[in-house]
Design a protein around this ligand. Structure first.
Ligand SMILES: *[C@@H]1O[C@H](CO)[C@@H](O)[C@H](O)[C@H]1NC(C)=O
Ligand SMILES: *[C@@H]1O[C@H](CO)[C@@H](O)[C@H](O)[C@H]1NC(C)=O
Ligand SMILES: *[C@@H]1O[C@H](CO)[C@@H](O)[C@H](O)[C@H]1NC(C)=O
Ligand SMILES: *[C@@H]1O[C@H](CO)[C@@H](O)[C@H](O)[C@H]1NC(C)=O
Length: 444
């Protein structure tokens, strides 16, 4: 649609001019100048209060220490365009606004929703969480356009590299595309954590690759006792699951995540250098920030100097919304509305992890771009933080309270219901992939 609108105003260029036409053209150009002035002034007028509002809420955010880096908030570049017509807009700053149209798919129209995320099927009673739309300040985030996306992806392949949040993310993408085409599965490992789907209509492949630490790890055999499990993490060896076939991919989306919070013993050069959460082992506690930084550095450095030059996207940290406890001791998430700006600060450790991601990404981008890469940050942290209502909670299983309203059930306040807020991540991905192209999409 947008294509036609942008391309549809062509006029014949070679016309003979009569006096009448010249006068008409003169009048037309006066009108045009007037219109341009009106547009400029109009834009300017509406821009100023908007910008003021932004900086106000920014101050508030700084105060609350919600977002540590002012630089990447786009304060001083809200509506500008670069010479190349690439829209400069920080998609990660904005607000959730009501969206009466609702989601692009449901549990009835998409066959690819895993039971754990199928909140509608599982009987979640409230549905208002489906009727919100992310509105970045200073630009729009258009709905996902499956046909346009698939057409661009002919003969291409994507890899989503990380933990189960990517499985969640990829299901959302497949559901958004399902109106136009459905893939079939071409690969899965024995645990179904690493998988691939293929769209024969477009020779397009989607991979999700299980590499929750990005670096190499081994889980110590604990004879099935999860509470005794501890992971050996090699901070100087990348996980070959994703590096071995790196040359195949045209688009790579990667992230670390919650697994860095688990109990680990950390190694470099095959020597123990420390641990996290390993009481009684007499090993130095390293915390989570620096190990995560090392894993990211190693990964991004590998990417930014690799021969294959995919479009590289680093997704930021995913917040969880457990309240009244953690996932293992009865934490719940029963809110039914988004937070407003300022109503939630985010977990302090999560904020550190996100700021490490941004620092490492900025450094890698300098090297990567000088080597001819396109690199983008998919900063979903803050907009996701505002959506405590988007998780399955108890509705990760089918009708969990059937027969017993007071039953104690495990809640999931980390993954996202499908449809749900995570669909926005794909709208952002689409915007990134098309930005700067004269398809009309990027400018709408
Ligand atoms: C979809 O969810 C609705 C409840 O919202 C349920 O009645 C219906 O059976 C579900 N359909 C499928 C195919 O899961
Ligand atoms: C499908 O895409 C791959 C690149 O990803 C290309 O090598 C191959 O030739 C394509 N196959 C067809 C049938 O076009
Ligand atoms: C698992 O390990 C914990 C901690 O060492 C211990 O308290 C518990 O009894 C063990 N459970 C089983 C089933 O062995
Ligand atoms: C959420 O759970 C808490 C604790 O059980 C309860 O006090 C509160 O009323 C619940 N909120 C909603 C919206 O159900």
């Amino acid at each position: 649609m947008a294509d036609e609108e942008v391309g549809g105003h062509s006029e014949p260029l070679h016309e003979k001019c009569s006096i009448g036409q010249i006068i008409l053209k003169f009048i037309a150009s006066v009108l045009l100048v007037g219109a341009a002035y009106y547009l400029f002034v109009g834009t300017f007028n509406s821009w100023t209060p908007e910008a003021e509002k932004d900086s106000l809420s920014l101050e508030k955010q700084d105060e609350l220490n919600i977002r540590p880096f002012k630089k990447e908030l786009g304060v001083d570049k809200p509506h500008l365009k670069k010479d190349s017509d690439v829209e400069v807009c920080d998609l990660s700053v904005g607000e959730w606004i009501p969206n009466p149209a609702g989601p692009a798919y449901t549990n009835e129209t998409c066959n690819f929703i895993e039971p754990y995320q199928n909140c509608l099927m599982n009987g979640r009673p409230d549905t208002s969480y489906l009727y919100w739309k992310w509105k970045p300040n200073g630009c729009d985030l258009p709905p996902f356009d499956p046909l346009k996306f698939l057409n661009k992806m002919r003969d291409k392949s994507w890899a989503f590299i990380g933990d189960s949040i990517f499985r969640n993310h990829l299901q959302s993408l497949i559901c958004l595309l399902s109106k136009v085409g459905e893939p079939y599965e071409t690969y899965h490992d024995s645990t179904y954590k690493t998988r691939a789907w293929y769209y024969p209509s477009h020779n397009f492949t989607l991979h999700v690759i299980w590499a929750p630490y990005l670096v190499h790890y081994e889980t110590i055999d604990n004879h099935g006792n999860a509470s005794e499990s501890i992971t050996n993490l090699h901070l100087d060896i990348l996980d070959s699951k994703w590096t071995s076939e790196f040359n195949k991919y045209d688009y790579v989306v990667l992230s670390g995540g919650q697994w860095f919070y688990k109990s680990t013993i950390m190694y470099e050069n095959n020597q123990v250098i420390g641990c996290h959460n390993c009481p009684d082992m007499n090993i130095i506690e390293l915390g989570v920030g620096e190990p995560y930084r090392k894993a990211l550095q190693l990964s991004l450095n590998f990417i930014a100097t690799s021969e294959n030059k995919p479009f590289v996207i680093l997704r930021t940290w995913t917040p969880d919304h457990f309240e009244n406890g953690e996932w293992y001791n009865g934490g719940i998430c029963n809110r039914t509305e988004p937070f407003k700006e300022g109503e939630i600060n985010g977990d302090p450790t999560d904020l550190i992890m996100r700021s490490i991601e941004i620092e490492e990404f900025e450094k890698a981008k300098v090297i990567g771009e000088s080597n001819g890469f396109k690199m983008e940050l998919l900063d979903t942290y803050h907009l996701s933080l505002l959506r405590p209502d988007g998780h399955p909670g108890p509705y990760r299983t089918y009708h969990p309270f059937d027969g017993d309203k007071d039953k104690k059930v495990q809640n999931d306040c980390l993954h996202w219901c499908l449809p749900g807020p995570i669909d926005t991540w794909n709208e952002m991905l689409m915007k990134m992939v098309f930005n700067g192209e004269s398809t009309g999409y990027a400018l709408s």
